[in-house]
Ligand binder design. Structure first.
Ligand code: PEP
Ligand code: MN
Length: 342
């Protein structure tokens, strides 16, 4: 059960609500986000919620029988829209593209990419500066100085940026130079990191774990929400299966399922989801038709020379072609699903 409290509820009234819940053997967690104050009550399902709903200082009560509560789609009528500032949004209406290299490499590369994004009306650039690599001998990223450069060039051109944070200790030094924190697949269940991101007021995009279930992804999002941050974006980036013909198996089912189970926006990552530039396009278009709110794509001015993930990065020509087809596909989706998905 989720109990939304009035912002100005008195301590005395709150105590009455808490004791009514305890008397009925509910375990309670108080959650204060930047938007609202909640009590999350875990306990019996057969309970007359009017008992709490009629109490002073209670704004609303919702019965949610999912294990995750605050990110569940069962209590929010409207899907969430994440505000990045300057009129840039993710979710609810429209399709958002985030694009850029796997890793930030140097200033020229950032500048060239920003120009390319501006020409294509893309408002968010991706790029890793702290890279989680499977081998300790691979390039690990340009680090905080590279991030500052990345942010300076993007913000001067009114481009928002998203980059991966790998540990709680990095949040503070990154905070000023970032628009969206990305939690990578390998950190999808790093609960200390998720707790810490619950304390910030900037959006967080959580990728599905390498072998993560949908339920686990939603629980990871619940960590961030219950920590206090409602600005969460979910990302399907493919999972590890027995299939070896491509790097990962992109789970198209996850898109409508996540959208049904949760009120959070769902972004697709067909670059990591396939690991193969030749199939990025069909999978991206399929993801749009399945109801995604946006896509994050790896692009490089010369993929053959990319320091990381060149095999799944599109060059500018390929990306251009894909963006046009994405627009057409999204328009087509709107036509055929006027009320169903949007
Ligand atoms: C990335 O986005 O560059 C990345 C490392 O992705 P993932 O965590 O999905 O592997
Ligand atoms: Mn990558």
């Amino acid at each position: 059960m989720i109990i939304q409290l009035e912002k100005n509820i008195t301590e005395a009234n709150k105590d009455k609500v808490l004791s009514a819940l305890s008397k009925n053997s509910f375990k309670i967690r108080e959650v204060k986000t930047q938007i609202s104050d909640y009590l999350v009550a875990i306990g019996k399902n057969e309970f007359d919620i009017r008992l709490i709903g009629n109490m002073n200082g209670v704004k609303d009560v919702h019965k949610v029988d999912d294990d995750y509560k605050l990110v569940s789609g069962k209590w929010k009528v409207k899907p969430a829209q994440i505000d990045l500032g300057d009129n840039v949004h993710i979710g609810s209406n429209g399709f958002t593209i985030m694009a850029g290299p796997c890793s930030i490499e140097n200033e020229n590369q950032i500048q060239g990419m920003v120009e390319f994004l501006l020409q294509n009306n893309i408002e968010i650039m991706r790029g890793g500066v702290f890279k989680p690599r499977s081998s300790p001998y691979s390039f690990r990223g340009v680090g905080i100085e590279g991030l500052k450069q990345f942010y300076r060039i993007c913000s001067a051109n009114k481009i928002k940026m998203i980059t991966e944070v790998m540990e709680p200790e990095q949040i503070e030094e990154m905070y000023e130079y970032i628009d969206v924190f990305q939690v990578g697949a390998r950190n999808s269940q790093n609960f200390n990191l998720l707790d810490a991101l619950g304390k910030v007021d900037k959006p967080v995009m959580i990728k599905r774990g390498l072998s993560g279930t949908i339920d686990e992804l939603l629980h990871s999002a619940e960590y961030v929400f219950s920590g206090g941050n409602e600005k969460i974006i979910l990302c399907e980036r493919g999972i590890r299966t027995y299939e070896k013909a491509y790097r990962n198996t992109f789970d198209i089912n996850a898109i409508p399922v996540l959208k049904e189970k949760s009120h959070l926006p769902v972004i697709i990552d067909p670059s990591h989801g396939t690991g193969n530039r030749n199939i990025v396009e069909p999978i991206t278009l399929a993801g749009i038709m399945a109801g995604a709110d946006g896509a994050i794509l790896e692009i490089h001015e010369c993929p053959e020379k990319a320091i990381s993930d060149g095999q799944q990065s599109l060059n500018f020509n390929e990306a251009n072609k894909l963006f046009r087809r994405m627009e057409q596909t999204y328009d087509f989706r709107k036509q055929i699903y006027i009320n169903a998905l949007d």
